[in-house]
Design a protein around this ligand. Structure first.
Ligand code: ATP
Ligand code: MG
Length: 224
């Protein structure tokens, strides 16, 4: 099976200090339907690494391929298109769009990819039901609790059935039951749709749901 995503000695310098590295030599190969949990101390660069994979930041060294295509050579527009179509991102700080309702936020990847209109509402309805946010679809993000925002962010990340889901602490604001639901949903996206999942988490319980667990530090990945 060819890898979906390959990270080859990715490195990032510390902001404002070109002499020092935040991390070096981050190497990882992720197959379709793989489910990897990444753990590591606060500030080691886990979120930065996910942003680099998504093309929201650039690495300072190393190479990346996605479906055997080198990401190093793509310009920002091409990275945006690739991210939009093939990746789903649950941001640590949610990043819901305040001017859009919950339903419109979740619909965003669907619309941006111009997926079939008639399938959109049932898909959003199913996800919202599953995540316990059906009654909040017409609400504005500012009216939501932190846990509700997080579940909206999860729905938005998976709605378009991406090949790669980057989930940055997606259960951090949730009670145990909702966290379980989110992890079930991520896992099913892998099992039913072949999505590969990179889950950054401080929760051993959440990490326990992954197929593999890695520790991330300034030297890169280490098996846990
Ligand atoms: N673009 C950037 N380039 C270099 N350093 C950055 C950049 N963005 C953030 N940093 C710094 O890098 C460090 C890692 O930040 P990051 O948010 O990636 O850590 P993290 O592992 O996700 O931490 P947490 O577990 O608290 O979420 C921080 O000290 C931060 O100030
Ligand atoms: Mg982080």
């Amino acid at each position: 099976m060819t890898a979906l995503l390959v990270l080859d000695h990715l490195a990032k310098r510390l902001a404002g200090d070109s002499e020092r590295w935040l991390f070096r030599a981050a190497s990882l190969s992720l197959a379709p339907a793989d489910f990897v949990a990444i753990m590591g101390e606060s500030g080691v660069g886990k979120s930065t690494l996910l942003h680099i994979i998504a093309g929201l930041e650039r690495p300072d060294a190393g190479h990346m391929t996605f479906r055997d295509q080198s990401l190093d050579l793509l310009d920002d527009d091409a990275r945006t298109l690739l991210r939009r179509r093939h990746m789903g991102f649950v941001f640590q700080a949610f990043h819901l769009i305040p001017q859009l309702t919950v339903e419109e936020n979740i619909a965003l990847p669907w619309r941006l990819n111009a997926l079939p209109r008639h399938d959109m509402r049932p898909r959003i309805g199913t996800l919202a039901e599953r995540l316990g946010i059906s009654k909040r679809l017409s609400a504005w993000p500012r009216e939501l609790s932190g846990g509700e925002m997080q579940r909206v962010a999860v729905a938005r990340a998976v709605v378009h059935r991406p090949a790669l889901i980057l989930a940055d602490e997606p259960t951090g604001s949730l009670d145990a039951e909702s966290a379980e639901t989110v992890l079930d949903l991520l896992r099913e996206s892998g099992e039913a749709e072949g999505a590969a999942i990179l889950l950054v988490t401080h929760s051993p319980t959440a990490a326990g749901r992954a197929r593999r667990r890695l520790r991330f530090d300034a030297q890169g990945f280490h098996p846990l």
